[in-house]
Design a protein around this ligand. Structure first.
Ligand code: GDP
Ligand code: IMO
Ligand code: MG
Length: 443
């Protein structure tokens, strides 16, 4: 103990990478527990930018135990490329461990993701096309190939044959695709196996050892609560559970191993891909926020949709995750706006009002935000390091947010760099605040 879970409280890209890197400073291990390389987690430190897709955001801390848990789906090509890029940039990756039980994204998963989206046409989800959905589908169908299978040619081949069998019809258009040749695929994946073998481990045991020894483990989520396959805006969601409960399943620990749950949110809203977004903005204001916030996808480069802060959705995210703290990022991006709208309820078709996040897809698709207007501020926040450095209107905005959601704010982001952060008074008693780190940590 303690175990601290970090989750996205919106539609992803809230700044989880930055928060994880900060909390990893004093933690003993960082564990990714779900998602795959649909995630793009950015860390900016010492003027350098790091974009991580699979490797936990603790890796920049030399030798830190960084675990890719059983709940993650791994594209081994992306993982080996990421490892190479890190070693090229002189980052020590010896602390990495990969769960032998994690599932592998195979070439046919990528093709099926593309084909599935193309078939949906106008109704497409806007996936990252990284094969995430088809890989989790195979996992559930018990046709998945796991990391441990990379180490045995016979088993690997047998499992690929079994996985391809029920997909014959849907893969027919790709019959001549060299990536689907059984021998080529097997050899390619065996090569990944050799490259990754040194990192493969019984990661569940490793995490237990850390917790049993009283060490601090940070569980790093990907995506966000509203992209959760059960609790998000289905079907416009990802194919895993980004909520805090999944940290237990995806790492192999029980709920009692978790002490704190930090929900990362922006001070406004964004979403990549299709699906309902009740507080979405269009036009000049959206463009202005998108440019100021650099709202372009870390993984796909797509322009992110932008909107006002949605407190109905955030309160819902706080409840389904049992959030104990908020990390409010990108407050600096809102400087210079006269008035700020925050959504406190939705209006649906025929004037119906909703205080709670609607469970019904049709209602959600018609919902628009009803707003409270709060005063804006003009000051540049990027040099603020204490709450008292913030202009009164910014403090009022944060207070309104925290009061509405019923969760204290532990951390406030005022710029992309790791030192552009405010640790609040409320963070003082929290285990994660033991991570309060000096501005320039070792890379
Ligand atoms: P993640 O997927 O949740 O890790 O978030 P992303 O890395 O996809 O997107 C967050 C973006 O916001 C990155 O470009 C970060 O460098 C940047 N960022 C994080 N915190 C702040 C902040 O407080 N202010 C500003 N301006 N940018 C931030
Ligand atoms: P991080 O961890 C933002 C979105 C996609 C799409 C939907 C399904 O960086 O916050 P998928 O490829 O998962 O089947 O796509 O989910 N999506 C994300 N949006 N941030 C992410 O990750 C995302 N991962 C998936 O845009 O709408
Ligand atoms: Mg991201």
């Amino acid at each position: 103990m303690p175990g601290i879970v970090i989750v996205g409280a919106q539609w992803g890209d809230e700044g989880k990478g930055k928060v994880t890197d900060l909390l990893a400073e004093k933690a003993d291990a960082v564990v990714r527990f779900q998602g795959g390389n649909n995630a793009g987690h950015t860390i900016v430190r010492d003027g350098q930018t790091w974009k991580l897709h699979l490797i936990p955001s603790g890796i920049l801390h030399r030798g830190k135990l960084c675990v890719i848990g059983n709940g993650v789906v791994i594209d081994p090509k992306v993982l080996t490329d990421e490892l190479e890029e890190l070693s090229r940039r002189k980052v020590d990756t010896t602390g990495l461990r990969i769960s032998a039980n994690a599932h592998l994204i195979m070439p046919y998963h990528l093709l099926l993701d593309h084909a599935g989206e193309a078939k949906l046409g106008k109704l497409q989800i806007g996936t990252t096309r990284r094969g995430i959905g088809p890989c989790y589908a195979d996992k559930a169908a018990r046709l998945g190939i796991r990391v441990q299978d990379l180490l045995d040619e016979k088993i690997l081949k047998k499992k690929i044959i079994a996985a391809l069998e029920p997909k014959r019809l849907s893969l027919r258009p790709f019959a001549k695709d060299p990536r689907l040749d059984l021998q080529t695929m097997t050899e390619e994946y065996l090569t990944y196996g050799h490259r990754l073998e040194q990192y493969i481990a019984d990661t569940t045991r490793l995490v237990h050892d850390q917790l049993d020894a009283g060490r601090c483990v940070v569980f790093e989520g990907a995506q966000g609560a509203l992209l959760d396959i059960d609790h998000g805006t289905y079907p416009f969601v990802t194919s895993s559970n980004p909520v805090a409960g999944a940290a237990c399943v995806g790492a192999g620990v029980g709920p009692k191993d978790i002490d704190e749950i930090w929900g990362v949110t922006k001070a406004y809203g964004t979403r990549v891909g299709a699906g309902p977004f009740p507080t979405e903005l269009n036009g000049t204001l959206a463009d202005q926020i998108r440019e100021r916030g650099g709202e372009y996808g870390t993984t796909t480069g797509r322009a992110r949709r932008v909107g006002w802060l949605d407190l109905v959705a955030l309160r819902y995210a706080a409840r389904i995750n049992s959030l104990t703290a908020l990390a409010v990022m990108k407050l600096d991006v809102l400087s210079g706006l006269d008035e700020l709208n925050v959504c406190t309820r939705y209006r649906g078709a025929e004037g119906a009002e909703f205080e709670h996040f609607p469970y019904h897809q049709t209602v959600l698709h018609h919902a628009t935000g009803e707003y409270v207007q709060l005063p804006g501020w003009t000051e540049d926040l990027s040099d603020c390091r204490e709450e008292s450095d913030l202009p009164p209107a910014a403090r009022e905005y944060l207070q309104f947010m925290s009061d509405f959601v019923g969760v204290p704010t532990a951390m406030i982001g005022v710029g992309p760099a790791r030192d552009a952060i405010i640790w609040t008074q409320a963070s003082a008693g929290m285990a994660g605040a033991g991570s309060r780190a000096p501005a320039s940590a070792s890379a």
